[in-house]
Design a binder for this molecule. Structure first.
Ligand code: UGA
Length: 427
């Protein structure tokens, strides 16, 4: 099929590259010319596992092209809108990029196409988009909602092996076109209305965030009651109705999706006069988890004035270079404001981290060893697998004090190796 993807961020680039890999002819469109230039010269504007080879091979074979010219949507049977919906100051998503794109499509599209909302948006946005398009377009068109469930770091795999594909539309023709497009994935397709599809996306992210806050609430109780949060959550999660995955306590969820989508969904509930206190509590607990971790450090070390703290991991999770709303930001800012000297290392996100205002007074080092060297304590803030290969004999030459915000190590082994090891929800 011929497909256009507008927006080449995490979502759009994955969608464009993976659809080309399935054999479709795809044009990726973005108004950011430096991004398009990078892509056209084979460089990736983001780090995403497994993405570069797919982009390059499909460009070589002529199935994937990138341009800044919106007129290039002409010729496509399907147009995916994958532009950002960043939060406004009131927590509601800013839909101006979606609106702009809808207007641009309205100005240039010359033939029937299925116009698909892929960006995460509040319920009834597709209806509003339809109005914009109807006012401008002289041709027939259909609108559909096809939310993405991609995780950063595993986006390519998530595309090819989805748990489900949600297709929301009121047009049988659009439904047939999208079902055909996704047929090669052999995944269950849920055919729903526009509104239900929009709610499924917000509802999934809010539920996952709730699961994490539930685990974090237990971590606090376990610390006080002398239980182990890892085994408690496993015991709860083994009930198939609950499920073990996405149930790990830590320093709180971060990234660009959960915090923003939760705020947006709270607004949706409130706009519809539905009590949002359940999700507000999820957010409150998450916001205080970073502070809880800092308090743990202070309760063990006392004054942090002139203490050197080595930090391993800055990204909001392993497998990504994304620093957006990473819990490392409030944690490091607070440690620094309490007088600590920070020496931080992350395998992938150093460039992005260096651009962060709150990090302007911290020291970035280029290896795990350098972060550890001479430190009074070590703090682990992202669960990068390579941190498991840490040379603990070397660590001991500097410190025996470890604060692990991701529960990466076996508590008994760490203690019998002589470490004062403090993790989350484990006594
Ligand atoms: C999330 C969803 O998982 C995707 O399904 C969704 O498509 C995406 O948002 C989106 O809306 O675009 P992502 O933001 O990439 O994906 O990150 P996750 O892997 O979901 O992790 C989110 C945060 O939760 C991370 O900070 C992670 O460390 C934390 N987390 C995750 C926990 O603290 N505990 C867990 O058990 C799992």
């Amino acid at each position: 099929m011929k497909v256009a993807v507008i927006g080449t961020g995490y979502v759009g680039l994955t969608q464009a590259a993976c659809l080309a890999e399935l054999g479709n002819e795809v044009i990726g469109i973005d108004n950011n010319s430096s991004k398009i230039q990078m892509l056209n010269s084979g460089e990736m504007p983001i780090y995403e596992n497994g993405m570069k080879p797919i982009v390059i091979s499909n460009m070589k074979e002529g199935r994937l092209k990138f341009t800044t010219d919106i007129n290039e949507i002409n010729g496509s049977q399907i147009i995916f809108i994958c532009v950002g919906t960043p939060p406004g100051s009131d927590g509601k998503p800013n839909l101006s990029y979606v609106e702009n794109v809808a207007n641009q499509i309205g100005n240039v599209l010359k033939h029937y196409a299925v116009i698909v909302e892929k960006s995460t948006v509040p319920v009834r946005t597709a209806d509003w988009m339809k109005l914009i398009l109807r006012n401008k377009l002289k041709t027939d068109f259909d609108v559909a909602v096809n939310p993405e469930f991609l995780r950063e770091g595993t986006a390519v795999d998530d595309f090819f092996y989805p748990d489900r594909i949600v297709v929301g539309t009121d047009s049988p023709k659009a439904d047939a076109v999208l079902s055909e497009l996704y047929k090669p994935l052999n995944a269950p397709i849920l055919h729903v209305s526009l509104e239900s599809a929009e709610l499924i996306k917000h509802g999934s992210n809010a539920f996952l965030a709730m699961k994490i806050s539930y685990a974090n609430m237990f971590s606090r109780l376990c610390e006080k009651a002398g239980a182990d949060v890892e085994t408690v959550m496993k015991g709860i999660g083994l009930d198939k109705r609950i499920g073990e995955s996405f149930f790990r306590a830590g320093i709180g969820y971060g990234g660009f999706c959960f915090p923003k989508d939760l705020d947006a969904f709270v607004s949706v509930l409130e706009d519809h006069n539905v009590d949002a206190s359940l999700l507000k509590a999820v957010k409150k607990l998450n916001d205080s988890q970073a502070e809880h971790f800092v308090n743990k450090i202070v309760s063990v070390m006392g004054s942090l004035k002139d203490k050197r703290i080595g930090v391993l991991g800055l990204a909001f999770k392993a497998g990504t270079d994304d620093m957006r709303l990473a819990p490392s930001i409030p944690i490091i800012s607070k440690l620094h404001s309490l007088g600590a000297n920070i020496y931080a290392y992350d395998p992938k996100s150093m460039d992005n981290a260096k651009a962060i205002d709150e990090f302007k007074n911290i020291n970035f080092v280029s290896s795990m060893c350098q972060a550890v060297e001479g430190c009074d304590a070590l703090a682990i803030l992202t669960e990068w697998p390579e941190f498991r290969d840490l040379d603990f004999n070397k660590v001991k030459e500097s410190t025996n004090l470890i604060f692990d915000g991701r529960n990466m190590f076996n508590i008994n082994r760490m203690r019998s190796a002589g470490f004062s090891y403090h993790s989350i929800g484990r006594k």
